[in-house]
Design a binder for this molecule. Sequence first.
Ligand code: ZN
Length: 51
Amino acid sequence: MLDPVCDMTVDLDEAREAGLTMELGDREYAFCGEGCLKAFAKRLAAQGSKR
Ligand SMILES: [Zn+2]
């Protein structure tokens, strides 16, 4: 699975155990670290506030 922020390959099971996944609709995203998880959340928040 690809980290949507830095394009690094992330093991979904490991990311789940580390709490580094995010579900969005019917898709699940996994991140290499907390930094990318936060960056992704920030990006979503920025997109949401545009509407
Ligand atoms: Zn990353």
